[in-house]
Design a protein around this ligand. Structure first.
Ligand SMILES: [Zn+2]
Length: 260
Protein backbone atom coordinates (compact mmCIF):
# COMPACT_ATOMS: atom_id res chain seq x y z
CA UNK A 1 0.00 0.00 0.00
CA UNK A 2 1.14 3.52 -0.65
CA UNK A 3 1.70 6.03 2.13
CA UNK A 4 -1.47 7.70 1.05
CA UNK A 5 -3.41 4.55 1.84
CA UNK A 6 -1.72 4.19 5.23
CA UNK A 7 -2.74 7.74 6.07
CA UNK A 8 -6.30 7.17 4.92
CA UNK A 9 -8.98 8.11 7.38
CA UNK A 10 -11.25 5.44 8.81
CA UNK A 11 -15.05 5.64 8.58
CA UNK A 12 -15.41 7.34 11.96
CA UNK A 13 -12.92 9.99 10.97
CA UNK A 14 -14.60 10.55 7.62
CA UNK A 15 -17.83 11.19 9.54
CA UNK A 16 -16.29 13.24 12.33
CA UNK A 17 -14.56 15.57 9.89
CA UNK A 18 -17.19 15.42 7.14
CA UNK A 19 -18.12 19.12 7.43
CA UNK A 20 -14.53 20.05 6.73
CA UNK A 21 -14.19 17.49 3.96
CA UNK A 22 -17.31 18.91 2.32
CA UNK A 23 -15.63 22.30 2.00
CA UNK A 24 -14.33 22.55 -1.54
CA UNK A 25 -11.23 24.47 -0.42
CA UNK A 26 -10.51 21.92 2.30
CA UNK A 27 -11.33 18.34 1.41
CA UNK A 28 -9.68 15.12 2.55
CA UNK A 29 -6.18 16.34 1.82
CA UNK A 30 -6.28 19.33 4.19
CA UNK A 31 -7.93 17.22 6.87
CA UNK A 32 -5.15 14.66 6.62
CA UNK A 33 -2.59 17.44 7.00
CA UNK A 34 -4.29 18.52 10.24
CA UNK A 35 -4.27 14.96 11.59
CA UNK A 36 -0.53 14.74 10.91
CA UNK A 37 0.23 18.16 12.46
CA UNK A 38 1.51 19.25 15.84
CA UNK A 39 0.48 22.56 17.40
CA UNK A 40 2.12 24.17 20.43
CA UNK A 41 -0.25 26.26 22.55
CA UNK A 42 1.46 28.40 25.17
CA UNK A 43 -1.06 29.42 27.79
CA UNK A 44 -4.21 27.49 28.71
CA UNK A 45 -6.22 30.52 29.79
CA UNK A 46 -8.71 32.82 28.07
CA UNK A 47 -7.09 32.63 24.62
CA UNK A 48 -5.69 29.12 24.96
CA UNK A 49 -9.12 27.74 25.84
CA UNK A 50 -10.85 28.29 22.49
CA UNK A 51 -7.59 27.62 20.64
CA UNK A 52 -7.17 24.20 22.26
CA UNK A 53 -10.83 23.26 21.90
CA UNK A 54 -11.12 24.26 18.23
CA UNK A 55 -7.82 22.70 17.22
CA UNK A 56 -8.77 19.46 18.98
CA UNK A 57 -12.30 19.38 17.59
CA UNK A 58 -10.99 20.18 14.10
CA UNK A 59 -8.55 17.27 14.21
CA UNK A 60 -5.05 18.67 14.78
CA UNK A 61 -3.42 15.34 15.62
CA UNK A 62 -0.97 16.43 18.33
CA UNK A 63 -1.40 19.34 20.70
CA UNK A 64 1.27 20.40 23.17
CA UNK A 65 -0.36 22.55 25.86
CA UNK A 66 1.91 24.52 28.18
CA UNK A 67 0.87 26.38 31.33
CA UNK A 68 2.26 26.37 34.85
CA UNK A 69 -0.88 27.65 36.56
CA UNK A 70 -3.72 25.92 38.35
CA UNK A 71 -7.38 26.67 37.69
CA UNK A 72 -8.70 29.48 39.88
CA UNK A 73 -12.32 30.45 40.43
CA UNK A 74 -11.65 33.85 38.80
CA UNK A 75 -10.60 32.07 35.57
CA UNK A 76 -13.96 30.46 34.91
CA UNK A 77 -15.65 33.66 33.66
CA UNK A 78 -13.80 33.21 30.34
CA UNK A 79 -11.49 30.17 30.38
CA UNK A 80 -14.02 27.73 28.97
CA UNK A 81 -11.53 24.87 28.75
CA UNK A 82 -11.94 24.49 32.52
CA UNK A 83 -14.93 23.48 34.62
CA UNK A 84 -15.89 24.43 38.17
CA UNK A 85 -14.86 20.99 39.40
CA UNK A 86 -11.33 21.67 38.08
CA UNK A 87 -10.59 24.56 40.44
CA UNK A 88 -7.23 23.79 42.05
CA UNK A 89 -6.07 21.39 39.32
CA UNK A 90 -3.24 22.09 36.89
CA UNK A 91 -4.70 23.91 33.87
CA UNK A 92 -2.98 21.56 31.44
CA UNK A 93 -4.46 18.49 33.16
CA UNK A 94 -7.91 20.05 33.17
CA UNK A 95 -7.43 20.98 29.51
CA UNK A 96 -6.26 17.49 28.61
CA UNK A 97 -9.45 16.02 30.09
CA UNK A 98 -11.66 18.48 28.23
CA UNK A 99 -9.90 17.72 24.95
CA UNK A 100 -10.19 13.96 25.54
CA UNK A 101 -13.94 14.42 25.93
CA UNK A 102 -14.15 16.44 22.72
CA UNK A 103 -11.93 14.26 20.56
CA UNK A 104 -10.23 11.25 22.13
CA UNK A 105 -8.00 10.61 19.12
CA UNK A 106 -5.99 13.79 19.68
CA UNK A 107 -2.64 13.28 21.38
CA UNK A 108 -2.21 15.92 24.10
CA UNK A 109 1.20 16.68 25.55
CA UNK A 110 0.53 18.42 28.87
CA UNK A 111 3.44 20.66 29.92
CA UNK A 112 2.63 21.79 33.47
CA UNK A 113 5.30 24.43 33.77
CA UNK A 114 6.22 27.77 32.33
CA UNK A 115 8.18 27.01 29.15
CA UNK A 116 11.49 28.81 29.12
CA UNK A 117 14.97 28.59 27.63
CA UNK A 118 15.96 25.33 26.00
CA UNK A 119 12.68 23.61 26.88
CA UNK A 120 10.80 26.36 25.02
CA UNK A 121 13.16 26.13 22.04
CA UNK A 122 12.82 22.33 21.92
CA UNK A 123 9.03 22.48 21.92
CA UNK A 124 8.98 25.15 19.23
CA UNK A 125 11.43 23.17 17.09
CA UNK A 126 9.05 20.20 16.98
CA UNK A 127 5.85 22.21 16.40
CA UNK A 128 4.28 22.90 13.01
CA UNK A 129 2.56 26.02 14.32
CA UNK A 130 2.97 28.01 17.55
CA UNK A 131 0.10 29.80 19.26
CA UNK A 132 1.06 32.52 21.71
CA UNK A 133 -1.79 32.63 24.23
CA UNK A 134 0.38 34.01 27.02
CA UNK A 135 -0.26 37.11 29.09
CA UNK A 136 3.10 38.85 29.47
CA UNK A 137 5.72 40.47 27.27
CA UNK A 138 8.67 38.45 28.57
CA UNK A 139 7.04 35.22 27.41
CA UNK A 140 5.85 36.77 24.14
CA UNK A 141 9.37 37.89 23.28
CA UNK A 142 10.91 34.54 24.24
CA UNK A 143 8.39 32.73 22.02
CA UNK A 144 9.06 35.13 19.16
CA UNK A 145 12.84 34.69 19.40
CA UNK A 146 12.53 30.90 19.24
CA UNK A 147 10.05 31.07 16.35
CA UNK A 148 12.42 33.34 14.39
CA UNK A 149 15.32 31.00 15.12
CA UNK A 150 13.43 27.86 14.09
CA UNK A 151 11.41 29.55 11.34
CA UNK A 152 8.05 28.50 12.74
CA UNK A 153 4.75 30.23 11.99
CA UNK A 154 3.55 32.18 15.04
CA UNK A 155 -0.06 33.13 15.74
CA UNK A 156 -0.13 35.83 18.38
CA UNK A 157 -3.20 36.90 20.32
CA UNK A 158 -3.87 39.35 23.14
CA UNK A 159 -6.98 40.45 25.01
CA UNK A 160 -7.34 42.93 27.85
CA UNK A 161 -10.35 44.96 29.02
CA UNK A 162 -12.35 45.32 25.77
CA UNK A 163 -9.28 45.47 23.49
CA UNK A 164 -7.99 42.59 21.43
CA UNK A 165 -5.16 42.04 18.97
CA UNK A 166 -4.37 39.27 16.54
CA UNK A 167 -1.36 38.81 14.29
CA UNK A 168 0.28 36.06 12.23
CA UNK A 169 4.02 36.01 11.70
CA UNK A 170 4.72 33.38 9.08
CA UNK A 171 8.39 33.06 9.86
CA UNK A 172 8.78 30.16 7.42
CA UNK A 173 9.41 33.05 5.04
CA UNK A 174 12.59 35.03 5.67
CA UNK A 175 10.77 38.18 4.53
CA UNK A 176 8.19 38.08 7.34
CA UNK A 177 8.16 40.69 10.08
CA UNK A 178 8.37 39.27 13.61
CA UNK A 179 6.65 40.20 16.87
CA UNK A 180 9.64 42.34 17.88
CA UNK A 181 9.40 44.37 14.65
CA UNK A 182 6.01 45.46 16.00
CA UNK A 183 6.82 45.63 19.72
CA UNK A 184 10.60 46.08 20.14
CA UNK A 185 12.11 44.16 23.04
CA UNK A 186 13.57 47.31 24.54
CA UNK A 187 10.43 49.34 23.85
CA UNK A 188 8.32 51.07 26.44
CA UNK A 189 5.42 48.69 26.79
CA UNK A 190 2.85 48.95 29.49
CA UNK A 191 2.14 45.55 30.98
CA UNK A 192 -1.57 45.18 31.68
CA UNK A 193 -2.85 42.17 33.57
CA UNK A 194 -6.40 40.86 33.57
CA UNK A 195 -6.16 40.41 37.33
CA UNK A 196 -5.92 44.18 37.71
CA UNK A 197 -7.73 45.66 34.72
CA UNK A 198 -10.36 43.02 33.96
CA UNK A 199 -11.24 41.46 30.62
CA UNK A 200 -14.54 41.09 28.76
CA UNK A 201 -15.23 37.34 28.69
CA UNK A 202 -16.21 36.77 25.02
CA UNK A 203 -13.35 38.94 23.75
CA UNK A 204 -10.94 36.14 24.68
CA UNK A 205 -13.16 33.80 22.69
CA UNK A 206 -13.24 36.13 19.69
CA UNK A 207 -9.46 36.46 19.56
CA UNK A 208 -8.71 32.84 20.49
CA UNK A 209 -11.15 31.46 17.93
CA UNK A 210 -9.56 33.66 15.27
CA UNK A 211 -6.14 32.35 16.32
CA UNK A 212 -7.40 28.80 15.84
CA UNK A 213 -8.70 29.69 12.37
CA UNK A 214 -5.34 31.17 11.36
CA UNK A 215 -3.49 28.10 12.69
CA UNK A 216 -5.69 25.73 10.67
CA UNK A 217 -4.97 27.76 7.52
CA UNK A 218 -1.23 27.82 8.21
CA UNK A 219 -1.20 24.05 8.73
CA UNK A 220 -3.17 23.23 5.60
CA UNK A 221 -2.24 26.01 3.19
CA UNK A 222 -5.96 26.68 2.72
CA UNK A 223 -6.93 30.31 2.10
CA UNK A 224 -5.01 33.46 2.94
CA UNK A 225 -3.71 34.05 6.45
CA UNK A 226 -3.44 37.30 8.36
CA UNK A 227 0.36 37.29 7.82
CA UNK A 228 1.68 40.82 7.47
CA UNK A 229 -1.37 42.43 9.09
CA UNK A 230 -2.41 43.22 12.65
CA UNK A 231 -6.09 42.92 13.52
CA UNK A 232 -7.30 45.24 16.27
CA UNK A 233 -10.63 44.54 17.92
CA UNK A 234 -12.62 47.01 20.01
CA UNK A 235 -15.28 44.85 21.60
CA UNK A 236 -16.82 47.82 23.43
CA UNK A 237 -17.51 49.75 20.22
CA UNK A 238 -17.85 46.65 18.00
CA UNK A 239 -15.10 47.76 15.64
CA UNK A 240 -12.56 45.63 13.84
CA UNK A 241 -9.72 47.27 11.98
CA UNK A 242 -6.42 46.17 10.57
CA UNK A 243 -3.06 47.74 9.99
CA UNK A 244 -0.29 46.56 7.68
CA UNK A 245 2.87 45.30 9.33
CA UNK A 246 6.27 45.71 7.82
CA UNK A 247 9.58 44.26 8.76
CA UNK A 248 11.91 46.48 10.77
CA UNK A 249 15.29 46.15 8.99
CA UNK A 250 16.97 47.05 12.30
CA UNK A 251 14.92 44.62 14.41
CA UNK A 252 17.11 43.23 17.18
CA UNK A 253 15.57 39.77 16.76
CA UNK A 254 14.97 39.02 13.08
CA UNK A 255 17.40 41.33 11.25
CA UNK A 256 20.35 39.04 11.91
CA UNK A 257 18.48 36.12 10.36
CA UNK A 258 18.22 37.78 6.94
CA UNK A 259 19.77 35.65 4.26
CA UNK A 260 19.92 32.52 6.40
ZN1 LIG B 1 11.69 41.46 13.76
Amino acid sequence: MSDTMNDAMNDDQLLRYSRHILLQEFGVEAQQKLLASRALIIGAGGLGSPVAMYLAAAGVGSIALADGDVVDLTNLQRQVLHATRSVGRAKVESGKDTIAGLNPEIKVIALAHRLEGEALAAEIATADVVLDCSDNFATRHAINRACVQHRKPLVSGAAIRFDGQLAVFDLRSGASPCYACLFPEDGETEELRCAITGVFAPLTGMIGTAQAAEALKLLTGVGTTLAGRLMIVDALGSQWREVRLSRDPDCSVCAKHIGN
